[in-house]
Design a protein around this ligand. Structure first.
Ligand code: SF4
Length: 238
């Protein structure tokens, strides 16, 4: 099966299992989404959402952060962890945006191609390809599949891609991605990774992809362990 068809097949099986994931009815602001994605690194969606709400409740606009002390931002987002690095990244993006475009907004990337927008966003310190691609998918509704830790692990296990790093996986996966399915594919793969295809013990016995997955070390012995939160941060930014 060619890569594009394989992605489509996986997407169909995941939808059969998990349904079509809900998403924001109104696309969120791109800068809101960028900040939420920075906050989400290495923590769970509930804690990063609380940190995001702390900032939104304290500041009327992101402009205010240009004159805010970094350590005050750090205090507001402590619940999301890595608060020093995250506050530096946020402060840096806000300051740089103001300097280079004259305003604290990402509205200018709307007109960019996917490649241009990613190259623009990763210029900022603390913004990687995953964060940039989340902005494109969730705020600009582009057909791009971000590669986080779950997507990286699952697409390589399933055999859609064979790459050693997240960034290489991102470019291989998105080279010839089927139209219109990036949001459902990305979101359902995260759910698969959280609930079934876990890092140490994939529960292949209950996996909807068991018949087509090419992973050599499938685990069909485990009992299903009920679990996890379906809350998806980036579909709740508004
Ligand atoms: S069959 Fe197993 S390894 Fe393959 S995707 Fe499913 S849980 Fe992961």
């Amino acid at each position: 099966m060619k890569q594009k068809e394989y992605i489509q097949k996986v997407n169909e099986l995941l939808i059969k299992q998990f349904g079509i994931p809900e998403r924001n009815k109104k696309l969120p602001d791109a800068l809101d989404l960028l900040i939420a994605t920075i906050l989400s690194q290495n923590t769970n969606d509930n804690n990063s959402y609380k940190a995001f709400r702390n900032l939104k409740d304290k500041y009327i606009s992101w402009d205010e952060l240009t004159i805010e002390k970094r350590n005050v931002i750090e205090k507001e987002i402590r619940i999301a962890g890595l608060a020093k690095q995250k506050s530096e990244a946020i402060k840096n993006v806000i300051t740089q945006l103001k300097k280079s475009t004259g305003e604290v907004s990402l509205i200018h990337i709307n007109q960019f191609s996917v490649e241009e927008a990613i190259n623009e966003l990763i210029q900022y310190k603390g913004i990687g390809i995953k964060t940039a691609s989340c902005v494109l998918l969730f705020a600009l509704d582009r057909n791009v599949c971000p590669v986080d830790t779950h997507v990286f692990r699952t697409v390589n296990r399933i055999g859609i891609i064979s790459e050693k790093t997240r960034d290489k996986t991102f470019y291989s996966l998105n080279k010839n991605f089927p139209d219109g399915i990036a949001h459902s594919f990305h979101t359902n793969l995260i759910r698969l990774g959280r609930e079934i295809c876990k890092p140490a013990n994939p529960d292949c016995r209950v996996c909807p992809l068991l018949k087509i997955c090419k992973y050599k070390k499938k685990n069909t012995d485990m009992k299903k362990t009920g679990k996890t939160s379906k809350f998806m941060l980036l579909d709740n930014i508004n």
